[in-house]
Ligand binder design. Structure first.
Ligand SMILES: Cc1cc2nc3c(=O)[nH]c(=O)nc-3n(C[C@H](O)[C@H](O)[C@H](O)COP(=O)(O)OP(=O)(O)OC[C@H]3O[C@@H](n4cnc5c(N)ncnc54)[C@H](O)[C@@H]3O)c2cc1C
Length: 493
């Protein structure tokens, strides 16, 4: 029998780039030709955290990589397969000697799949080599070493992509592999950020050149933040850019003003949050603080649906949800506000909103998503409880009502002095303005003040509970940096 050709496989996951990609770099020095793949895994495509907007973004990013690879006469094999069926199909034609991946701090689903893959590789004699990604480290028990590990990683120069044609399995040879084709076609969604490194670099460059100059002023403003914040989050979450590349672009600048310093500290939180999830991934299902496990909140589906659709009768909440549903993006403050509204004022369990939000956020990153949701839901026991006042936030951050009018066009004719609380408009003024409020826009589905009192009573009482306090100490010991250099973002609210 003819001996099969020996190869190394590099599997793209949340690291959709050729540059500064440690696992790819190592694959290329393995001494064998490299076959690169991306798998639209059926289990993830049907998982409740993901939606078509994510897969569009991924596919566009892969298309860009494939354009880059034309010079190397190879391409990324893109298939709708799980890793096991894919490797089986490859093995019909090649001798797979090694598999290279960057670590993924993902959902339980991907963690279980990786455990299974470890067993599979052992069985098949494939050497699976995995690498720490973006300054997040495996198997840490606490944060004693983390900051120095993260600093060492970040300070090293990003890895350039340099390869020769002969380093790869050629496009021609890839034709023999018959994989299941994708079950969707790319659709360009004009209101959403586009995938691809070309776009990522455009956002990065324009932020460095001009957009950062109003970062601190606009970060909490739902409309203005769309230009003044970096908007790098989907590119970082899907690995189109490494955080190290971004840091190095900024460290090359001679002077860093307050806006850039604020941006860089947020960028550091990226790894800090993901590290927390890496070390305590049960957070996907349960509050990190066990003292909240018996906080039995009912799921009121009428409230839940109204919140999802942006039909709560509170304009800033509705505008935020509608904007998120259409564009896949919301600034930090409004994300926190819609979570606070749902978990405190509507008294919904955070578990009932986490999947929906994950599907909407184009930048869905499990390691930021879950710790942030729990923090905003007030179930960590270590952060200040913040029950956002939606009206106050609306008046402060959308003072002219531009954001509300854009996303709630039925309120377009409501005078500004009533726009944040249209239900307070006297009937005479309603008639005078010729608006039919009840017909077009709902009245508030809850009494804001009563709801705030109920949530505050329950949460502040519980914060003194012995188990909550004990758990708080455990969480601080495990997740806080030595000498309490806390990177938690309590200063932002
Ligand atoms: C409930 C909730 C859920 C969130 N879910 C996600 C998520 O799934 N993915 C995600 O990337 N961010 C998430 N965030 C954090 C934050 O809102 C976004 O990172 C930010 O709004 C993205 O916009 P930007 O890229 O313009 O940010 P910039 O302000 O320009 O920040 C630059 C980068 O720093 C990182 N960053 C910024 N703020 C934070 C933060 N508070 N915590 C951790 N990293 C941060 C991101 O990678 C971001 O791209 C969430 C926040 C909340 C309150």
């Amino acid at each position: 029998m003819k001996k099969k050709f020996e190869i190394s496989v590099f599997w793209f996951r949340r690291d959709l780039r050729l540059e500064d990609n440690i696992a790819l770099h190592r694959a290329l020095t393995s001494g064998r030709k490299v076959l690169m793949c991306y798998l639209f895994e059926p289990m993830l495509q049907s998982d409740l955290h993901y939606s078509q907007r994510h897969w569009n973004f991924v596919l566009k990013s892969l298309n860009y990589i494939n354009q880059q690879l034309q010079a190397q006469n190879t391409r990324v094999l893109i298939a709708r397969e799980d890793i096991f069926s894919f490797l089986e199909k490859l093995a019909l034609h090649f001798e797979i000697k090694s598999l290279f991946t960057n670590n993924e701090t993902g959902l339980q689903l991907t963690y279980q799949r990786d455990l299974q893959l470890e067993r599979y590789c052992k069985l098949k004699g494939i050497s699976w080599q995995t690498f720490n990604h973006n300054g997040v480290f495996r198997a840490l028990k606490n944060r004693k070493q983390w900051l120095s590990l993260w600093t060492d990683y970040t300070n090293q120069a990003p890895l350039a992509f340099s390869a020769q044609n002969e380093d790869f399995v050629s496009s021609e040879s890839l034709k023999i592999v018959k994989c299941a084709p994708l079950d969707f076609e790319f659709t360009d969604e004009a209101q959403q950020q586009s995938g691809g490194r070309d776009y990522a670099l455009k956002y990065l460059n324009s932020f460095i050149e001009t957009r950062h100059k109003t970062y601190n002023y606009h970060i909490s403003k739902p409309e203005l933040s769309r230009k003044s914040c970096s908007r790098l989050s989907p590119y970082i979450a899907w690995g189109v850019l490494s955080t190290r590349e971004v840091f190095h672009r900024f460290s090359a600048l001679k002077k860093k003003n307050a806006h850039l310093r604020a941006f860089l500290s947020r960028l550091r939180w990226q790894a800090h949050f993901i590290q927390k999830f890496e070390m305590e991934c049960e957070m996907e299902f349960q509050s990190i603080n066990k003292g909240y496990h018996d906080l039995n909140k009912p799921i009121n589906t009428v409230y839940l649906m109204a919140w999802m659709k942006g039909q709560t009768g509170i304009p800033i909440v509705d505008a935020s949800m509608r904007c998120l549903n259409s564009t896949g993006y919301l600034n930090f403050r409004m994300r926190a506000l819609v979570v606070s509204f749902a978990t405190h004022l509507l008294w919904l369990p955070w578990q009932s909103i986490s999947h929906y939000l994950a599907r909407q956020f184009l930048d869905f990153e499990p390691g930021i998503h879950y710790p942030q949701i729990q923090m905003q839901a007030g179930e960590t026991g270590i952060n200040q409880i913040r029950i956002y006042n939606p009206i106050k936030n609306s008046m402060e951050h959308d003072a002219e009502g531009v954001f509300i009018r854009k996303w709630c066009p039925e309120l377009a004719d409501v005078p500004l002095r009533y726009l944040h609380e249209p239900y307070t408009m006297p009937p005479l003024e309603v008639a005078f303005a010729g608006i039919d409020l009840n017909q077009n826009y709902p009245r508030p589905i809850i009494d804001l003040e009563q709801s705030r009192i109920r949530a505050a009573e329950e949460l502040y009482k519980r914060k003194k509970n012995t188990l909550v306090l004990r758990e708080g100490r455990r969480i601080l010991a495990k997740h806080t940096l030595p000498n309490r250099q806390v990177l938690l973002d309590s200063s932002r609210i």
